[in-house]
Design a protein around this ligand. Structure first.
Ligand code: ADP
Ligand code: NI
Length: 218
């Protein structure tokens, strides 16, 4: 087996094991979808597909919201794992920087690194937050956190700090206004933007139907 294929195979086994018990919105299948979407977007970008595949698979191995808000544990764990496989330092560092900078965190987090590979994986992760899967993930997470679907007395808050965003206990529908519906305008790549348009439209159709049913209409 070629060297890169062997590393990918070992990474898959590691990620499957790490994400095994996670809530359905952040489980192994999220990593698989992000990997597939990232490799699809990568076809139209000049980029390193090995770095993209590794970063997409590893990007949520230790999500801060499931680790007491620790923002460093994820990228440290991922790069320690790659180093243990003997992956060259430059690649470990790049993957680590992608994972450190990929997250939305309310939209106001400072991004201290940029690369085409980050842009591609970030777009793929954002695309998994919108469309049909995005809706399923939001309600899965909301259920896991015992949130209401909707509460007309609690208004959405955009422009939260990363801390406010993490600590929010608002109903799941608010998350659509606080994050999901904003993602279309934050895509990095041309292909990512095109896919986001369709998934965004689907979110809007869903929200309209949700409110007509909420109000006892059609
Ligand atoms: P990021 O990893 O980019 O910081 P988040 O942690 O904000 O992304 O969210 C990842 C996914 O988790 C969201 O796309 C959504 O499916 C779910 N999620 C996070 N926060 C909430 C929330 N408050 N309500 C519903 N779903 C949420
Ligand atoms: Ni993710």
């Amino acid at each position: 087996m070629d060297y890169k294929q062997d590393i990918i195979k070992k990474t898959i086994a590691f990620v499957k094991n790490e994400l095994g018990q996670n809530e359905a919105g952040h489980d192994w299948w999220h990593a698989v979808r992000v990997r597939n979407t990232a490799l699809n977007i990568a076809k139209t970008e000049e980029c390193d597909k090995f770095i993209i595949e590794l970063s997409a698979l590893l990007h949520d191995v230790a999500d801060s919201k499931f680790h007491n808000g620790d923002e460093n544990i994820g990228h440290e764990k991922a790069s320690a794992f790659l180093k243990s496989l003997g992956v060259e330092e430059k690649i470990c560092d790049h993957v680590s920087k992608i994972i450190k900078n990929i997250s939305f965190k309310g939209g106001n987090a400072v991004q201290d690194f940029n690369s085409t590979e980050l842009s591609v994986v970030q777009d793929a992760d954002r695309l998994d937050a919108i469309g049909a899967i995005g809706i399923a993930r939001a309600f899965s997470y909301g259920g896991y956190m015992h949130r209401e679907f909707y509460n007309p007395d609690i208004k959405p808050v955009t422009n939260m700090t990363p801390e406010q965003y993490r600590n929010s206990k608002a109903p799941t529908i608010n998350h659509f206004y606080e994050k999901l519906l904003l993602l279309k305008n934050r895509m990095n790549t041309k292909t990512g933007k095109i896919i986001a348009e369709e998934r965004h439209e689907f979110l809007e159709i869903y929200i309209n139907q949700f409110f007509s049913e909420w109000n006892g209409e059609k």
